[in-house]
Every structure is written in structure tokens, then in C-alpha cells.
Design a binder for this molecule. Structure first.
Ligand code: ASP
Length: 326
């Protein structure tokens, strides 16, 4: 059946009476909502827009981003998990909201492995330790000494419990053995604005969000979270060079509510694969220091395996850092 025949059939018998698999063949026939569980202007939002724009061309329908921030992304993820599984509500989120937060909340309103269907990996992001411009430190060693000397006064920004910036910050603080104040935001887009205007001292956030402000000289980069320096930030050392074993990278992926028809998942995944094969998109992601997934990683099975591996890795690591669940 071609698409026009399907649409005519749907109109004739009423969409409600159409079997799901027939609807799946015609998919998508109207705009798709993509929930981003953080505020607009941050890294998750930025990547959703870069990828979503090209995916909507491949699908022939608009993808409309809905920012649902709060509680470290759990509010937005929960909204997506509970949405009708018809392919018209999808989710673009990161591993903090699906793996890390399991160790940080006494109870979560969703089970990331049972209530969501993985579609494919969208990208993997290094993080950067950034400090406000006038913090009186020039390098990581000076930063560490400053934070130690000013414990309980120094403030770091993060996007709520279980956010990527929370994970980056809590592993750093735990390894430096310091206690500092936490300033929560609905996303690191708004947090970055406040760091630029000097309202708190530091943040560990995805490179995609902070590169432009570092390059403009509005904040200082003191270390990267990967085991190798980033070509996009020449001269910035790894945090691991001082704090052996510090390594945090954050993946972003596409999900659908559990029960979304397999045919729909496959169609969205095809659009993702076409997007990731597009040279312009690949160049843009590289410019933003985002690692482009392999075709295998950008599939439901690839993402399912990555989610499980991330839970296995981060839940014990966060517990070992001594953070109590809230
Ligand atoms: N970077 C944020 C986080 O810390 C999320 C965001 O605003 O995209 O999880």
C-alpha cells in the first residue's frame, strides 16, 4: 500500500479503527514532538536541534522540540515514558537521566530499561571544567587549592540531581575531597549564562555547550574530562593528568515510549542513520567535539547495550563516591 492509499483508508474508516501496524506504515503523517528534558539553549537541546532538523527532512515531517526541564531531567523523561506509544512523542536525553540517577534518587517514576524503547545513539560528549572569568586561578592545580581553601563557600552549577553536570561535578568534588555548595538549574544553558556573569564559581559541562564561551574568553577552561586532550581546546590538559582516573563522557540517545511499534522505531532509526551519514552533520558534530556514533551504535540494540553498560558502570561508581540518594 502506498502512503496516499493508506491515508485515504485511514480517513475512510477512521484512524482509531486502523490497526497499529497499518498506521506505522503511513508514519509519520503529522509533526513529531521530541521531548528534551532540559531547558532550551543547553547541550541536550542544541544536539536535539542539530540532529532533529536533518531527521525531520528524512522523515518528511517536522520535529518539534519540547523542553521539559526540572529534577535533573526526570520530569521530561517521565513525561515521554508515559506518552502514547504512537511515534508522535519521542525523547532525546542523556545517560544521566537513565543510568546515573538510579543511584541518586530513592525512587524514580520510571524504569529506564523497561519503560522506554531505545532507537539509537545520537552522540557522545566530552565534558570540560569551566570556571568564571575572574576566579583567581590559572590552572587545575591552582583551582584545586582554591576550592580546598574555600570549602563550603565555593559554588558549582549543575542541572539537577542526576544531570551530566551533576555527575561531572560530584566525581570531581569527591576526588578532590571537598565539600562545596550546589546551585541547581533546569539545564546548563541557563547555568552557563550565570557562570558568564560570574554568579557561581565553576561547572563541569558538555563541551558542546561551553566551547563558544571559552573561545570568546568569557569563561576559563581548566581541564577536560577525557583521557586525551581535545583538539577543539588546544592547551587545556586532561583532569586525569592531576586526578588519576577521572573520566566522564556523556552519551545522548533517542528513545520512544515502551510499546511504540517496531516499524516506527525502525523508520526513526533510518532517519537517524541518514543524518549521521550526512557529511555536513558529521562536520558540525566534530566541530562541537561530539563523537559521531557508528551505524551499529545508532541502532536500538546498540543503544540498549550501551544503556545497560552505563547502569552497570555508573550506579556502583556514584555509590562509591559516597553520594546519598534523595
Ligand atoms: N548539560 C546538562 C546536564 O548537566 C543538560 C542540559 O542542559 O542539556 O545534564
Amino acid at each position: 500500500m502506498n502512503r496516499r492509499v493508506l491515508l485515504a483508508a485511514a480517513a475512510a474508516i477512521g484512524v482509531a479503527a486502523m490497526p497499529f501496524s497499518v498506521l506505522a506504515q503511513a508514519y509519520p503523517t503529522k509533526p513529531i514532538t521530541m521531548i528534551v528534558p532540559f531547558a532550551a539553549g543547553g547541550p541536550t537541546d542544541a544536539l536535539a536541534r542539530v540532529l532533529g532538523q536533518r531527521m525531520s527532512e528524512a522523515l518528511g515531517q517536522q520535529i518539534v522540540i519540547e523542553n521539559v526541564g526540572g529534577a535533573g531531567g526526570t520530569i521530561g523523561v517521565n513525561k515521554a515514558a508515559k506518552a502514547t506509544p504512537d511515534g508522535y512523542t519521542l525523547l532525546f536525553t542523556h545517560m544521566g537521566t537513565l543510568a546515573v540517577n538510579i543511584a541518586l534518587y530513592k525512587s524514580l517514576p520510571y524504569d529506564s530499561q523497561k519503560d522506554l524503547e531505545p532507537i539509537g545513539l545520537g552522540g557522545t560528549n566530552p565534558m570540560v571544567l569551566v570556571v568564571k572569568k575572574d576566579l583567581p586561578v590559572k590552572n587545575f592545580a591552582e583551582f584545586q587549592a582554591y576550592v580546598k581553601a574555600n570549602q563550603k563557600k565555593v559554588q558549582y552549577g549543575m542541572a539537577g540531581i542526576g544531570a551530566a553536570s551533576h555527575l561531572g561535578g560530584l566525581m570531581l568534588n569527591s576526588m578532590m575531597q571537598v565539600e562545596v555548595l550546589e546551585i541547581p538549574y533546569k539545564g546548563t544553558g541557563p547555568a552557563l549564562n550565570d557562570l558568564v556573569s560570574g554568579q557561581f564559581d565553576y561547572m563541569v559541562d558538555q563541551a558542546v555547550n561551553v566551547l563558544a564561551q571559552i573561545q570568546a574568553g568569557n569563561i576559563k577552561a581548566l581541564g577536560v574530562s577525557t583521557l586525551k586532550p581535545l583538539p577543539q581546546l588546544p592547551g587545556v590538559p586532561t583532569i586525569d593528568a592531576t586526578l588519576k582516573g577521572y573520566e566522564v563522557t556523556i552519551w545522548n540517545g533517542f528513545f520512544a515510549p515502551k510499546g511504540t511499534p517496531k516499524e516506527i522505531i525502525a523508520k526513526v532509526d533510518q532517519a537517524l542513520l541518514a543524518t549521521l551519514a550526512d557529511e555536513k552533520i558529521r562536520a558540525r558534530l566534530t566541530e562541537l567535539a561530539v563523537d559521531v556514533p557508528t551505524p551499529q551504535e545508532a541502532t536500538p540494540d546498540g543503544l540498549r547495550a550501551l544503556l545497560k553498560a552505563s547502569i552497570d558502570k555508573w550506579v556502583p561508581a556514584v555509590k562509591a563516591a559516597g553520594v546519598k540518594p534523595e
